[in-house]
Design a binder for this molecule. Structure first.
Ligand code: UTP
Length: 289
């Protein structure tokens, strides 16, 4: 029996060193693309896939991320008194139902694998999605929904994948691939940040996963991998052969918003999708290119 996918873990405890100085006192996940913080895009994408329970893995200085999903009483009453209905609606979009969010702390940023392990009590025995909020995906069907559909079809782990230039494989988790069926790719192996000459392919995992709870057993060993961090990829690799494991060539475009250039590109791409500003953006862009 395939269990329903209802839980998501959002690790937000990273230091965001690539985005200094913006991230000195502010969480990377609160950076807005157009007018919405990265974390809200991730939560909306997960909710569109039927996910109802969220675990934010936070660290020092990340409180604003959790507050973003609260009811903002003072702001609401002021907006109501001024009959600002459109703004009120925007506030409510950024509000989650009572009890939908829990937080756990990752006291030290020991790696993504360690961050996920910190959510073990929340995950329990259930399948769960992971969304890394700094990866933003622009697509017709929300990326997590595409993964959820693949999970219901295969009953196992599914990771979103995309092709990267071969010389960049040392930045990503890379797949060793087997049989391909449409957008689904059988995963035979996973390697974290391989050198281009050692990489089994140029298919890279992006920050969207559906995983089985068995991954926690492997994470609990706290084995250090690339960069001396507890790598999620290494623990996932140990599930291959024990549970169905696939990559999904998702439909859409991924923007690495943890990177300054990736973030700027996301601003443009998302602004051009907004009817109320696309024309103005297109016309000012002509001044620069
Ligand atoms: P990144 O690799 O982007 O690391 O993490 P980072 O620390 O956030 O940013 P840079 O590289 O220093 O600029 C990918 C995701 O994993 C989370 C991050 O918050 C981000 O969502 N993460 C990473 C943790 O929660 N804990 C960690 O120990 C490491």
């Amino acid at each position: 029996m395939i269990k329903p996918l209802r839980k998501a873990v959002l690790p937000v405890a990273g230091l965001g060193t690539r985005f200094l100085p913006a991230t000195k006192a502010m969480a990377k996940e609160m950076l807005p693309v157009v007018d919405k913080p990265l974390i809200q895009y991730a939560v909306e994408e997960a909710r569109a896939a039927g996910i109802q329970q969220f675990c934010l893995v936070t660290g020092r200085g990340k409180t604003a991320i959790v507050e973003h999903f609260d009811i903002a009483y003072e702001l609401e009453s002021t907006l109501r008194a001024r009959a600002k209905d459109a703004e009120l609606a925007l506030l409510r979009e950024a509000q989650l139902p009572p009890g939908a969010v829990v937080t756990v702390r990752q006291q030290e940023p020991l790696g993504l694998g360690h961050a996920i392990w910190c959510a073990r009590a929340f995950i329990g025995e259930d399948p769960f999605a992971i969304l890394l909020p700094d990866d933003l995906v622009l697509s017709e069907t929300p990326c997590t929904m595409q993964l959820a559909d693949a999970y219901y079809q295969t009953g196992g782990c599914v990771v979103a994948v995309t092709e990267v230039p071969r010389e960049q494989t040392n930045r990503y988790g890379i797949l060793d691939i087997g049989h391909e069926d449409g957008r689904l790719v059988e995963v035979r192996g996973l390697v974290e940040k391989p050198r281009p000459e050692d990489a089994p392919s140029n298919l890279s995992i992006i920050g969207r996963y559906v995983l089985m709870p068995q991954v926690l057993e492997h994470l609990s060993r706290m084995e250090r991998g690339a960069g001396n961090e507890v790598q999620l990829t290494d623990a996932m690799a140990k599930l291959i052969g024990h549970v169905p494991f696939h990559g999904l060539r998702f439909e859409g475009r991924r923007f690495d918003c943890g990177d300054k250039v990736g973030f700027l590109e996301a601003q443009i791409a998302f602004a051009l999708k907004r009817p109320e500003m696309a024309g103005a953006v297109r016309s000012f862009l002509k001044n620069y290119v």
